[in-house]
Design a protein around this ligand. Structure first.
Ligand code: ADP
Ligand code: MG
Ligand code: ZN
Length: 581
């Protein structure tokens, strides 16, 4: 009897499970359909937005905008995408503007703010950047406030403006940290919103919202509440670095999936890109620089980038020894000393500054005619930014990298333990080592753009010269290098680049030499180029060792060394014929 009862219950349970399954399937189906409808609408809307003509001058505010641009900001005309971004946000559309550093993103919220009544809230990641901008605006008599936990005039002015007690101030800067922390700010903002006085949220460095990539800032996530709390107030996101993946993420996080996306090209057509072999001899290298500064760049203003403070100081002293007028700039200087050097450079008293990469933030000199990298950059992004300080005025300027393999090892020991850092460094090495590809197209690939020869317009060393290249099979050389490396391994010795090259040339420590390896007939420079090629292609690898004084980098077999044992495997190296391989 009881048995039958249990069987009946089990049957009933099975029936219910079946029903649940069916209903669950139906629910999933409905959810999917709903999502598709929403996605289609979002896609439809952003498609429509991108098709509209944002660049015309028939908007109700167009005349006033142009007048403020000329009379207040003292700027002649808009750059690519600036007008479109401004027209879009003034029409109430959420917009993301991707534009290289120095392209002029700030103008896209400053100009609307000074043209329209009401408040523009600018979210910026660093107080230093905010102060820089407010300082710049002050010069053209535009008042802007800053909201922080400090008490000073700028802060007081900002709170007054938020309270509606100062109509002269339309631009308010704030960090995401403070915004998240300050209940007082959020409640006052809510009040201003209710009075319809909040016109625009501008979010600088908007890629910091995304957990993808390097720059994620947790405080930016707080900005996800803006759309829901302040419906109808447009959001303008600004960034210089954003892959599609990051942008998608940012849009979701800010809840602006159907926004207008404006993307400016990263090409800087007025910059001439060159890479030169850096002489290994210090004096030769110095002479080369002196020569450049005294002839080709005579009377022109520029920047020379070095890696370490010590390098910057030594190089400055050596160049001054040749009668050149230069300043030395790095992060360890007192702020007033730094600003004095900067001023002397701005006014032309100094022809150039020799600087570490600390020299960058807020540089605003339009007529920088040359940027020379005495040592290559740590990544292509860095190189783009550093070299990009040249030619902001749109006139021709030159960017030169002095390249030497030994510098790679100096930099690699600085990014020790950071795999991405090392990959980034090798990308720069590839850029320097390439013998024929247009430099501009190499940079473009890096930013997921593609520029043709036409976009370069003979503005790189590879497009101007009809430099011939040759392809050489360097498999045998690779094998010789392995013989040297293997011997060192057996005797538990480590090989730095210098020791490896010495051993190859049958010089230096006798224990490293291998009698069956013939002395190369080509120059040491060529030997270094071969080693560099083997390094970026995984035939060689850096091995890092820490000791009490320094981090050291040694060369060992790379993951691709196993390919060599197969007799048919060839390593083909394309190089310029100057290498004489
Ligand atoms: P970003 O934020 O994109 O790195 P900024 O907004 O700081 O760049 O602008 C860089 C420089 O370009 C500033 O000195 C700015 O005054 C200048 N600038 C911006 N727009 C224009 C323009 N249309 N014409 C000339 N200079 C401009
Ligand atoms: Mg900026
Ligand atoms: Zn080119």
């Amino acid at each position: 009897m009881e048995d039958d009862e249990i069987k009946r219950i089990d049957l009933e349970i099975r029936r219910i499970d079946n029903e649940i399954r069916k209903l669950k399937n139906r629910k999933d189906e409905l959810n999917e359909r709903k999502e598709k409808i929403i996605n289609d609408a979002v896609r439809q809307k952003s498609m429509e937005l991108s098709k509209r003509d944002w660049n015309n001058s028939n908007f109700p505010w167009s005349k006033k905008l142009q007048a403020k641009l000329n009379d207040v900001l003292k700027i002649d005309k808009f750059r690519e995408h600036q007008l479109a971004a401004i027209n879009a946000v003034l029409s109430g559309e959420d917009t993301i503007l991707v534009m290289p550093t120095g392209g002029g993103k700030s103008l896209c919220y400053q100009l609307p703010a000074i043209t329209m009544k009401g408040l523009t809230i600018v979210v910026s990641p660093l107080i230093a950047l905010i102060e820089d901008q407010i300082h710049g605006l002050k010069k053209v008599n535009v008042k802007a406030g800053m909201l922080t936990s400090n008490k000073n005039d700028l802060v007081k002015m900002a709170w007054d403006a938020l309270d509606g007690k100062n109509d002269d101030v339309n631009l308010l800067y704030i960090t995401p940290e403070f915004m998240k922390k300050s209940k007082r700010f959020m409640s006052k903002l809510q009040k201003s919103f209710n009075q319809k006085r909040v016109k625009l949220f501008a979010i600088d460095e908007v890629h910091c919202c995304s957990t993808w990539g390097h720059d994620f800032r947790p405080d930016y996530q707080f900005l996800g509440c803006l759309k829901a709390m302040f419906p109808g107030v447009p959001i303008l996101g600004l960034t210089a670095t954003a892959t599609t993946k990051i942008l998608d993420d940012v849009q979701k996080m800010l809840d602006i999936q159907s926004c207008l996306i404006l993307r400016a090209s990263f090409n800087r057509p007025n910059l001439m890109y060159e890479v030169r072999r850096k002489p290994s001899d210090k004096d030769n290298c110095l002479n080369m620089l002196v020569n450049l500064l005294k002839t080709r760049f005579s009377g022109k203003s520029g920047i020379i980038y070095t890696t370490t403070i010590k390098d910057a100081e030594t190089l400055t002293a050596s160049l001054r020894g040749h009668g050149l007028k230069l300043g030395c700039y790095h992060a360890m200087l007192e702020p007033d000393v730094r600003s004095k050097i900067y001023q002397r450079w701005i006014t032309g008293e100094y022809q150039a500054v020799v600087a570490t990469i600390a020299f960058g933030l807020g540089i605003d000199k339009p007529n920088v005619r040359f940027v020379i990298h005495h040592c290559m950059s740590k990544s292509m992004e860095n190189y783009y930014q550093e070299s990009g300080r040249a030619g902001r005025d749109g006139k021709k300027a030159t960017c030169i990298v002095l390249f030497r393999l030994a510098d790679v090892f100096k930099l690699s020991t600085m990014v020790i333990g950071d795999k991405v850092g090392l990959q980034n460094l090798y990308k720069t090495l590839e850029y320097c080592l390439d013998a024929s590809t247009c430099r501009r197209s190499l940079i473009a690939t890096h930013f997921n753009e593609s520029w043709s020869k036409k976009d370069c317009n003979e503005m790189c060393d590879h497009c101007t010269k009809t430099k011939k290249t040759e392809t050489t099979d360097i498999t045998a050389y690779c094998q010789q290098i392995y013989q040297i490396i293997d011997k060192a391994n057996e005797t538990e010795n480590n090989l730095t680049l210098l020791k490896l090259v010495d051993a190859w040339y049958n010089k230096g420590t006798t224990t490293h030499r291998v009698s069956s390896v013939p002395t190369p007939k080509f120059s040491r420079e060529t030997a270094e180029a071969i080693i560099a090629y083997l390094l970026i292609n995984g035939y060689l690898k850096e091995d890092f060792v820490f000791n009490a004084y320094a981090n050291l980098s040694y060369l060992i077999r790379g993951p691709n060394s196993t390919l060599i044992s197969d007799n048919t495997h060839k390593i083909l190296f394309t190089h310029d014929e100057g290498l004489k391989l």
